[in-house]
Design a protein around this ligand. Structure first.
Ligand SMILES: Nc1ncnc2c1ncn2[C@@H]1O[C@H](COP(=O)(O)OP(=O)(O)O)[C@@H](O)[C@H]1O
Ligand SMILES: O=P(O)(O)OC[C@H]1O[C@](O)(COP(=O)(O)O)[C@@H](O)[C@@H]1O
Ligand SMILES: [Mg+2]
Length: 527
């Protein structure tokens, strides 16, 4: 690969931005307008203690670019090379294959006549110039946190993408999550040995919670001569990736750190949705169908299905909306109560009298305060510090049974189905597979182009590079004052269980939705 004469720095690429379409753009590392999230850390100026302020670019028209770090922010004068994709027979025919340096993706797409342009992220995709030569790249891939359909597909697509698009041959799989960097074996990954893995659930690299020791991890990266780190995991993992990036930057290493967001719960902020989510919603239909068949076939049959969703009830909400057999959906974001007027037990009685059967879908994180009131709460945490939940499905089933036994109002037949780990263990479906490919490719293009400290993902249908802190500072939750939850309430015709005061509080607390899943816009996801 021929070296390009100039050694473009990211400051220079920012100035490309200045010279481009945005004539009145100014770069500011600390000036954050009210629409821009305030940095939580990194108060030191660029260079000192190896830390950078968030890279914020603003313009007079209210345009804000929340940019991601670049290797040249802390290693000046890095040589650049022509992207080998321009000679690749598959890609070279694409009109405008390379992304313009100043392309950005708007976080908000519903705007009004006088709205400021708002927050943007750097558009993902291949760049004309790259900062790594093919034979110089030594990449590694790690999977952390809970399982999710599609993990193997992302691993496969990173390996095949690096190899087929950029001619990379040295790719290492780190086994067993973060602790695998210093306590487990590694495996060499090639397009041949990952060829079929997308057809399998789980992760061939295995995964873990806990065990994040930043300096041991970065020591291992440094000792092995790794210069591209692909980290696949959820909110906890992205926090871990962020501190790894900071330590790498502090040590001044030419190592790109790219996060690929993973969570079956869809609780990662900013991105439209996470991979594996569609697969989970689809697979949940089988459990809901079974619950419905059981409920319909017994006298006063009740089917209770528990679905995953620790803090966010997206799987339960979408599975309910898709199924149309569900009479009541309970999620962590919307509190409910059992007894008295307007309570769940009254609703169950009513539905059984009307239809003779009913199906309840409950997200695992729903009603945790109610359970804690009746069972002495243990307040346990897992190795990553996530709250260990009490089984809401079992508890709810028992409470419903007790109610009908006590009141002797009618004989019921209740069946409780917990398909949670069965759903999580399946391979991803076709659409998630394609989505995983785009995520992997976006991550690879970003790392090759010298970007680092970023998470990749679709924002309003376009893939973007998002600074770590933007996806870790909040969690994506179902907005119960949004139209989607209203659609659910209207489709199940269940009570909202909320008082006017609860609704007012929710309206005050919740930010307007920014994600496609919550809104009406269903733009197909593109790179
Ligand atoms: N705040 C944090 N700082 C550093 N590492 C973290 C942090 N939170 C979680 N991790 C690490 O990230 C990994 C996965 O986190 P976990 O919460 O279990 O799953 P997920 O990433 O799917 O949310 C674990 O190895 C954990 O030690
Ligand atoms: O894998 P564990 O430790 O049993 O945890 C189960 C949790 O993992 C999840 O499937 C996914 O959570 P993460 O995205 O944080 O890994 C949750 O839905 C569930 O509460
Ligand atoms: Mg998590």
């Amino acid at each position: 690969m021929g070296s390009v004469t100039d050694s473009t720095t990211s400051a220079a690429s920012s100035s490309l931005l200045l010279r481009g379409s945005l004539s009145s753009v100014k770069i500011s590392s600390s000036s954050c307008s009210s629409t821009c999230s305030s940095p939580r850390r990194r108060s030191t100026p660029m260079g000192s203690e190896g830390k950078l302020d968030p890279k914020i670019v603003t313009s007079d028209a209210g345009y804000i670019l929340e940019d991601v770090p670049h290797l040249t922010d802390y290693i000046p004068d890095l040589p650049t090379y022509l992207n080998p994709l321009q000679d690749n027979p598959a890609y070279s025919v694409v009109k405008q294959y390379f992304v313009n340096d100043d392309d950005t993706v708007a976080q908000k797409i519903v705007v009004h006549k006088n709205s400021p342009k708002g927050n943007h992220f750097r558009r993902a995709g291949p760049r004309q110039k790259v900062y790594f030569e093919s034979d110089e790249v030594h990449a590694c891939i790690v999977t952390c946190g809970g399982l999710c359909p599609g993990l193997n597909t992302v691993v496969r697509e990173i390996v095949c993408g690096l190899s087929h698009m950029y001619g990379v041959t040295k790719i290492l799989g780190i086994e067993g999550g973060y602790r695998g960097f210093y306590a487990r074996n590694t495996i060499s990954l090639t397009p041949k040995n990952v060829n079929d893995i997308h057809k399998r659930g789980g992760t061939i690299l295995s995964t873990s919670r806990g065990g994040h020791d930043t300096s041991k991890i970065v020591d291992s990266i440094q000792d092995r001569g790794i210069n591209q780190v692909y980290i696949i995991g959820g909110d906890g993992t992205q926090k871990g990736a962020s501190v790894i990036f900071e330590e790498i930057q502090r040590r001044g290493l030419k190592v790109a750190v790219a996060g690929i967001p993973k969570t079956i719960d869809n609780d990662i902020a900013v991105i439209d949705k996470s991979f594996g989510f569609d697969t989970a919603v689809e697979e949940a239909q089988r459990a809901i169908n079974a619950a419905h068949v059981e409920a319909e076939s017994g006298e006063n049959g009740i089917g209770v299905v528990k679905l995953m969703g620790r803090y966010s009830g997206f799987i339960a909400m979408y599975a309910t909306l898709a199924s149309r057999d569900v009479d009541c959906c309970l999620i962590p974001e919307s509190p409910f109560y059992l007894d008295g007027k307007g309570g769940l037990l009254e609703f169950v009685e009513k539905r059984l009298k009307e239809n003779g059967h009913m199906v309840i879908v409950v997200a695992e994180g729903a009603g945790q305060e109610l359970i804690a009131e009746s069972i002495r709460s243990m307040n346990n945490e897992d190795a990553s510090g996530n709250k260990l939940l009490l089984d809401v499905g079992l508890w709810l089933s028992q409470r419903i049974k007790d109610h009908f036994r006590r009141t002797e109002k009618m004989t019921i037949n209740l069946k409780y189905i917990d398909p949670t780990y069965m759903i999580r263990a399946i391979p991803s479906n076709a659409s998630d597979n394609v989505y995983c490919t785009l995520l992997a490719h976006s991550a690879i293009h970003g790392a090759m182009a010298g970007y680092t400290g970023f998470t990749v993902g679709p924002v309003n249908g376009r893939h973007a590079y998002i600074p770590f802190h933007r996806v870790t500072e909040t969690q994506n939750k179902v907005v119960i004052t949004d139209r989607m939850w209203a659609r659910l309430l209207s489709s199940t015709n269940q009570p909202s269980f909320l008082s006017q005061k609860d609704v007012d509080n929710a309206k005050k607390e919740e930010e307007p939705p920014t994600q496609l899943l919550e809104g009406d816009d269903k733009t197909p996801v593109q790179e």
